[in-house]
Design a protein around this ligand. Sequence first.
Ligand code: G6Q
Length: 562
Amino acid sequence: MRPARVILNAKSPLINTPAWLALLDHYERVKKDHMVDLFDQDPKRFERYSIEFNDMLLDYSKNRVNDKTLELLFDLAKQAKVEEWRDRMFSGDKINNTEGRAVLHTALRNRSDKPIFVDDENVMPLIETELDKMRAFSDKVRSGQWIGYAGLPITNVVNIGIGGSDLGPNMVCRALERYAHNNIRVHFVSNVDGSHIDQMLSHLRPETTLFIVASKTFTTQETLTNANTAKKWFLDGAGRATEYDIAKHFVAVSTNEEAVKEFGIDPRNMFRFWDWVGGRYSLWSSVGLASAIYVGMDNFIEMLEGAHEMDNHFQTAPFEENIPVILAMLGVWYGNFFGAESSAILPYDHSLRMLPAYLEQADMESNGKSVDREGRQATYSTGKIIWGAEGINGQHAFYQLLHQGTRLIPTDFIASVQSQSDHQNHRDILASNFLAQTEALMRGRTIEETRKQLEEGGIELHKAEQRLPHMIFEGNQPSNSIVIKKMTPRALGSLIAMYEHKIFVQGIVWNLNSYDQWGVELGKKLTNNILEELESGENHYEHDSSTKGLLDWFRKNRNDGG
Ligand code: G6Q
């Protein structure tokens, strides 16, 4: 008999709590309400359901909520003790209970004088030291003072990392391109598919390239494989570099000094962070080194300040005015009551093109859990499927399903008003698409409106009647509009911190530990077993017939004949 996988008899009690039951009851009353009517009934709906924060505006009026809905959602947040958990996180309590760790990415951007303790040690001086080290190093690289082995300044920086050690700094570099150094380009290699690093290296020269090997554990197979390939390329290249020259071209970002040394990087060229910084929350730490070199340390600090301002807002604003709390609870409303399974991130700003991929990890790795903090089965939906792409491209592709599909998909539309380019006509076209889409998703198109349009188009009556049902849009598709004046480092910091806290609040409501990732760890282990078999040609482990069949097929068809 198959060994039992599920040992959990205990069920998480959330769905029987008073706040949850009240929401269920309320849902039955309002589930059919159309937003068009809600707007008609309340001319001040936008004023009442929008918030300005620094240079950011959140308009959440195009959501299927009324005052009562929000009140009940905030009751649920209170019942879950969001405020207490929030304060515990900020003060360094070990809220990551399965790994016994504090969760202190907020300390990395603590711009106040307040000390923050982990195990009775104030971590702020440690953070300041690393920030100073990042500044000294990035200044040298940017000013051309950091000289490679052939006496030339660095022109290309390659960040080798994956997951949390890649997506964050990569997304930040794209978002802040307008602040980039004129002569330094930054590249990111994450995939262990050798063609990724080959492609990258093919247009670089060892003399002017700096590699940042970013890995919290410094044991990640993909990263170390790519780093070794880079080292070999550096040493075997036409430039006659020696082991001695590695110090000028390889630096590490890690928590694991021993492994960094073993790889051959001088610990003096190591930038540290700590186990209380989760990989997917690490862009604020020295993992951000590539971005600090690219945009300069002043801009990097400004990004930290923007995040810190959002931290303060999250810690102090009442729920009714608290942006991360509002966004989180709207997500709970759709996921747990309307049964929405996914949520889309739709940036209308080319510089935010990597934001969906970044948030996919941040959200799904944090809240993709089915067991609560106490080890009980969650009998309710938790983290939604997060996906997205640049909105304007999506309009010509997948928006069809948003408008007329059978699923409810809440969306975040994100735009910045002052575009990076000088083309004003482009800017206005982009903005009008943004505005038109959220309006269309909300309003839809009624049968009368559709019929009128068909009549005006002069289509024959019988054809028009045939086409009619296909051209009706139900509307009532919720969206948040997040509009930023200009994509500055400060605004970006606030935006990312906003999403981090949204994810935190949802994790607390669902009673999850959002800060472990055992699902990711499992993948790493299974790969090693199969790699051993692939390389040796021997079978050591038991597999199902599918995995075995595939393994044999790979072996038979490898291009090295091995
Ligand atoms: C992040 C995840 C994961 C991690 C990568 C890289 O929260 O745990 O994405 O960042 O697996 O790990 P290293 O930084 O240890 O190489």
